[in-house]
Design a protein around this ligand. Structure first.
Ligand code: F6P
Length: 320
């Protein structure tokens, strides 16, 4: 392979730039050229190509977001859109493509591979951490740390005013951010979509805690489980306690990537580029413990990633 393409797609995730840098420099090191496409699959369809050399990816490792921009392309979901994307790749004589993104973006890569046999490699990057076949997706660690910083700040005011605070975090249909941030932030209750919960039981726990002298509490709710505003109203109606709510929203997606996400992005990006150049295709790079692994994209995308039951149990014990 003499030339490969790279794009970022779906929700941006801190550490994506490290992955782009690694794809480019690993490929250049093996004598291959790299072309980036702006705005995800939309830029592949519309031929928004930018040649990437070592200088172009210099100084980006510290930045959140993605220098290639990103997007969610409806057009690429159609066969016609994918045919157009293939034409662009062929016009540029690109022989393989690295896609950096979440599950929807990696599904797009798999479809390109299945439709036309085009060589693709996936790098899991999503703050949601909901992709199977890897212990961590690029961006998750930074998002959790951002959420924890917010939780710590809110705890100060919750304590001072003796209030209950409900903090909603992202995660789409999953509770990985909520569980991790809730544990690390010492939340009194963590509500996630994967596990049934009772708001009445939660209110009972708040009352019991207040009787013990604990007058302020933090409830973390995953966006896929409930709306923080609804939980706040429920708590006030059922306990009489004063409550406030906060939706952290997109601030969880931005900011300087943590060291963990930078190194993860670098390792996965370089691994994906190297495997592509070595003739592997249709795979997703992942991390398993301390080592790197590659799984068929089809396997990674058809398996549901589950929250760690041990962490859930720990959260329950810690909330007592
Ligand atoms: O997948 C990343 C994510 O931030 C989810 O946590 C969230 O549900 C979604 O993207 C928000 O998407 P958008 O930026 O399109 O509002």
């Amino acid at each position: 392979m003499k030339k490969i393409g790279v794009l970022t797609s779906g929700g941006d995730a801190p550490g994506m730039n490290a992955a782009i840098r690694a794809v480019v420099r690993a490929a250049l090191g093996r004598g291959a050229e790299v072309v980036g496409f702006l705005h995800g699959y939309e830029g592949l369809i519309g031929d928004e190509a930018v040649p990437l050399d070592s200088m172009k990816v210099g100084g980006i490792i510290t930045h959140g977001g993605t220098i290639l921009r990103t997007g969610r392309s409806k057009h690429f979901m159609t066969k016609e859109g994918r045919e157009q994307a293939l034409c662009t790749l062929q016009d540029h004589e690109i022989e393989g493509l690295v896609v950096i993104g979440g599950d929807g973006s990696l599904k797009g890569a798999l479809t390109l591979h299945e439709d036309f046999g085009f060589p693709v490699m996936g790098v899991p990057a999503s703050i949601d951490n909901d992709i199977s076949g890897t212990d961590y997706s690029v961006g998750f660690d930074t998002a959790v740390n951002t959420a924890i910083e917010a939780i710590d700040r809110v705890r100060d005011t919750a304590y001072s005013h003796e209030r209950v605070f409900v903090i909603e975090v992202m995660g789409r249909r999953n509770g990985f951010i909520a569980l991790e941030a809730g544990l690390a932030g010492g939340a009194e209750s963590i509500l996630i979509p994967e596990v049934p919960y009772s708001l009445l039981d939660m209110c009972t726990s708040l009352r019991t805690a207040a009787e013990r002298g604990k007058k302020s509490s933090i409830i973390i709710v995953a966006e896929g489980a409930a709306r923080a505003s609804d939980i706040k109203v429920f708590i006030e109606r059922n306990t009489g306690f004063e409550a406030r709510y906060l939706v952290l929203g997109h601030m969880q997606r931005g900011g300087t990537p943590t060291a963990f996400d930078r190194v993860l992005g670098l390792r996965l990006g370089a691994f994906a580029a190297n495997r592509l150049l070595s003739g592997f295709r249709g795979e997703m790079a992942g991390v398993d413990g301390n080592g790197l692994v590659a799984h068929p994209l089809g396997y990674a995308l058809s398996t549901q990633r589950m929250v760690d039951p041990e962490k859930l149990l720990l959260a329950e014990v810690m909330a007592q």
